[in-house]
Design a protein. Structure first.
Length: 131
C-alpha cells in the first residue's frame, strides 16, 4: 500500500476525538471543509447518535457513488456511527474502499477494509458527500 492521507489519522485516542470529531477533523484538515460540531456535545451514545444524524443533514447529501473522504453512516441497532470513506490503491491499480473510524471499544482510531464493517457489528446505512 502506498501512503494515504488517512495514515495520519490512525491511532488517535478516542478520548480526544470520538467518531464525529474524527470525521469533522479530517474534513477540515484534509479537504478544507468547515465542518463544526456543537460545543456542548451529548455524553451518552443516543445523544451522540442524534448529533451524527443532524451533522449529516447539515453538511451532507446521500450518494450511491462514494469518493475518498465521504462520510460512511453506520448503524448498530438504534445508534448511529460515522466513519470516513478511504479509497486506497492496494496492489497494482486496484482501488479498494476502507473505513477510517473510531469507537469507544477500539480506544484508538483505526482503518479497516470497508467489507469488514459487518465484523464490528455495524451495518452500512449510507454514504454522504460533504457539501
Amino acid at each position: 500500500m502506498s501512503a494515504h492521507w488517512s495514515d495520519d489519522y490512525i491511532g488517535i485516542p478516542y478520548s480526544t476525538a470520538d467518531c464525529g470529531e474524527l470525521a469533522a477533523r479530517v474534513q477540515r484538515d484534509v479537504f478544507g471543509r468547515d465542518v463544526t460540531l456543537p460545543i456542548d456535545r451529548p455524553c451518552n451514545l443516543s445523544g451522540r447518535s442524534r448529533m451524527i444524524d443532524q451533522l449529516l443533514l447539515d453538511y451532507g447529501r446521500p450518494t450511491d457513488s462514494p469518493r475518498d473522504g465521504d462520510a460512511v453512516l453506520l448503524s448498530a441497532g438504534s445508534l448511529w456511527h460515522i466513519g470516513v470513506y478511504c479509497l486506497m490503491t492496494v496492489g497494482i491499480g486496484s482501488d479498494q474502499p476502507w473505513l477510517l473510524h473510531t469507537t469507544r471499544h477500539s480506544v484508538y482510531s483505526t482503518r479497516i477494509p470497508l467489507r469488514r464493517a459487518a465484523d464490528t457489528n455495524m451495518i452500512i446505512s449510507g454514504y454522504y458527500q460533504w457539501r
